[in-house]
Design a protein around this ligand. Structure first.
Ligand code: SAM
Length: 330
């Protein structure tokens, strides 16, 4: 699936041209990626965009609404058409869709329409949330078969079973951003999962200690180390509260949104000074809370702390955001 990659200031010009000549692929949304924007185009139209960068979109943002409502218009009563999902997640070749209570009677029809409208999809699952500290997904199979897949992101391969471990597409930019910052360092990833951060980081780091408590996620972490031909990740199965190595890291990744109790352990992992990437899900009313928590933990550990960066990763729920704090602790 091809797209034209342009700088943000060029988007309008190129979008208008693509629409005028019928080149724009309406099944995919225009997708911002950092400083750039990807404008999806139909195969065969590349030649009209000489001088522009044409890319292969590895994780496109599908625009299913038009096709889905078209496919479902005779099956679902008109008053419910507004509740037909206008997006769904694609992980590898599997789709995960949120379906509101008011339309759940038609969940299987919606799933079948997704399968028909997107031949790449092998099965469709209903998203029912996540459970506990290991963030185990609650999913219900609606159509098709299979729950194990390989997802490609930023040139890395992630094998996983979507019913056993989560994969947050919304953290994609954050994973890419942090991996780019790493340079021949020792990194500790305290909540490694299947290697979301560890795998891209290992491509640039000297060594990554990847700690994961859930044996199922750990199993995939081992597979993903092999799949990506990495030999500098040290996988550790168990609780990072107990197993985080001390005094060795240039950088610590705390990629769990409920992990403030682990801040002092993260600081202990640093080799005197280093950077901590601390994630938290915080209500907008107490947006400063993650900053205060990092500063407090540094004080308790007798360290100074300089905030390098503080930004939103994504919306978590109404009034609650997932944020990350980058702090230099010394
Ligand atoms: C939700 S995932 C991280 C998602 C990731 N940051 C991303 O970019 O999508 C968090 C992982 O931390 C693991 N975990 C939770 N508590 C842990 C602990 N005490 N020690 C080690 N791993 C833990 C969970 O099993 C899960 O695989």
């Amino acid at each position: 699936m091809k797209a034209i990659r342009v700088r943000k200031e060029k988007v309008e010009e190129v979008r208008k041209l693509a629409e005028k000549i019928g080149a724009k692929d309406k099944r995919r949304f225009i997708k911002p990626v950092g400083e750039f924007v990807e404008i999806p185009i139909l195969d065969g139209y590349e030649r009209f965009f000489e001088g522009y960068e044409i890319i292969w979109q590895s994780s496109p943002v599908e625009n299913p609404r038009k096709e889905l409502s078209e496919l479902l218009k005779d099956r679902i009563p008109k008053e419910l058409h507004r509740s037909i999902p206008n997006s769904y997640k694609i992980i590898g070749d599997l789709a995960i869709v949120k379906i509101g209570k008011e339309i759940e009677k038609y969940a299987h029809d919606i799933a079948n329409a997704i399968l028909i409208s997107n031949p790449r999809i092998r099965s469709v699952w209903r998203d029912l949330g996540k459970e506990g500290m290991i963030r185990k997904p609650r999913l219900e199979l609606l159509a098709g078969e299979g729950s194990e897949t390989i997802h490609v992101e930023n040139g890395c391969l992630f094998k996983l079973d979507i019913t056993k471990v989560m994969f947050s597409l919304g953290n994609h930019h954050e994973r890419h951003r942090v991996a780019k910052e790493v340079d021949e360092e020792i990194v500790v990833d305290m909540f490694a999962g299947i290697g979301y951060f560890s795998v891209p980081i290992a491509k640039r780091a000297e060594k990554v200690y990847a700690i994961e408590i859930n044996p199922e996620a750990y199993g995939y972490l081992l597979e993903n180390i092999k799949l990506n031909h990495l030999d500098n990740i040290i996988p550790i199965l168990g609780d990072s509260m107990l197993l985080t190595p001390e005094g060795i890291a240039d950088r610590v990744i705390m990629g769990h949104i409920f992990c403030h109790e682990f801040l002092e352990i993260a600081i202990k992992a640093l080799d005197r000074r280093g950077i901590i990437h601390y994630h938290e899900s915080t209500p907008l009313k107490v947006l400063e809370r993650p900053l205060m928590r990092v500063q407090k933990a540094s004080r308790i550990m007798g360290k100074n702390c300089k905030i390098l960066n503080f930004h939103k990763v994504k919306n978590y729920s109404p009034g609650v955001v997932h944020v990350v704090v980058d702090a230099l602790v010394y």
